[in-house]
Design a protein around this ligand. Structure first.
Ligand code: KG4
Ligand code: ZN
Length: 364
């Protein structure tokens, strides 16, 4: 049996996990930093890095203790080496290097996106390559063709905001706090998805790329135009004197935004299915894959194309260390490991050959 210790620290979750090649998560701990970042409405890199420094070592110790193990019984140490907030990534990678050196075990420097890409195989032993992966989180918004370990073809990416970012910004505009995705989903249940006309950027375009900046701006305009009496919590100052007339509520905006997001995701994913070639399944991962309305729509899309729909359980969808340990297990099984002087990378595309996307980086 192979046992790998995984470490994740690329954003605002500090996490450690022990995973076996038999797909058993022996123990895991996740420390969320939501409270620390909430006053700022988003992740503050310096606060994140300091929190990782404080939390990681005790968290690894607790994970080993829960499994009743010492480092000597671990076969390898895997840590996220990028992409992500570089301060946090360095905390995790340097810790992994120290543990690997002290215990004389192999080090696996894992691409965080590879962790997400392979995580469905940790949850589902029957999932075979190649599969189509929709990766939608606060930091990522991509569709990847996963052909094997280390073999990823990026079919689509966002040219501006990630989908989770759009959920978080909508939540902020509606005064719902951080992280915004779950709060928008809850409020959307009480609203009318057709109440507010909102754009569906890039819908119908032949390449399956995403864009959400224009949708976010339209949400901002809708918030400004909202009925008097509705909470305009964080309306930017320049709009403070705009007339309030439109006959819809905050819940209507949440529902209409979510519907626009779903329409975009389904249209773009359908396009990716059309250009991907044969695949065994449609897989969704990343924090936004926790959204049950999006899951339901993706399930229907997969059924329409006679594809299996696989979504890892929610704790494996959001950032976690078990997926990093699992990517380590998959790479270790192929005889791979990394040198102790490997560098942390703030940017690290999974598919280095993917052509640049026209319009990328343009924020509305
Ligand atoms: O994967 P994740 O935990 O971290 C990143 O790598 O970004 O994803 C976090 C993102 C946040 O933007 C959060 O608002 C979004 O996922 N999210 C959701 C839901 N739950 C989390 N978005 C929509 N609906 C949800 N239920
Ligand atoms: Zn992630």
């Amino acid at each position: 049996m192979t046992i790998v210790l995984g470490i994740e620290s690329s954003c605002d979750e500090t996490a450690a996990a022990l995973v076996t090649d038999g797909r058993v998560i022996l123990a895991q701990h996740i420390a969320s930093q939501d409270e620390a970042h909430r006053p700022y409405g988003g992740v503050v890199p310096e606060i994140a890095a300091r929190a990782h420094v404080e939390k990681l070592a005790p968290l690894i110790a607790a994970t080993l203790a829960d499994a009743g193990m010492t480092l000597d019984q671990v076969d390898a140490i895997a840590a996220t080496a990028g992409p992500g907030l570089i301060g946090g990534v360095m905390v995790g990678l340097v810790t992994a290097k120290a543990l690997a050196m002290a215990s004389d075990k192999p080090l696996l420097a894992i691409n965080h996106l590879e962790g997400h890409a392979l995580s469905p195989r940790l949850a589902d032993a029957t999932l075979e390559y190649p599969y189509l992966l929709l990766l939608v989180s606060g930091g990522h918004c991509q569709i990847l063709l996963v052909e094997g370990v280390g073999r990823y073809r990026r079919l689509a990416t966002t040219i501006d905001d990630a989908l989770g970012e759009a959920f978080d910004k909508t939540a902020k505009l509606l005064g719902l706090g951080y992280p915004g995705g779950p709060a928008v989903e809850r409020l959307a249940r009480e609203g009318d998805p057709k109440a507010v006309p909102l754009p569906r950027p890039l819908m119908g375009k032949p390449e399956p790329h995403f864009s959400f900046a224009g949708l976010k701006s339209a949400v901002m305009r809708a918030v400004v135009a909202m009925e008097p009496g509705e909470n305009r919590a964080s309306t930017p100052a320049q709009y403070a004197h705009a007339p309030q007339a439109a006959p819809y509520t905050r819940a209507d905006i949440a529902a209409s935004f979510q519907q626009a997001a779903i329409d975009c995701v389904i249209d773009r994913t359908a396009r990716a299915i059309a250009v991907a070639g044969p695949v065994t399944a449609l897989v969704a991962a990343g924090g936004v894959a926790a959204n049950s309305a999006i899951r339901t729509a993706l399930e229907a899309l997969a059924a329409k194309h006679d594809l299996r729909f696989v979504a890892p359980p929610l704790p494996l969808c959001t950032d976690n260390a078990a997926m990093i340990a699992w990517a380590g297990i998959e790479r270790l099984a192929l005889g791979q490991s990394d040198p102790l002087d490997i560098a942390a990378r703030p940017r690290w595309p999974l598919d280095a050959d993917a052509p640049p996307v026209r319009g990328a980086g343009v924020k509305a």
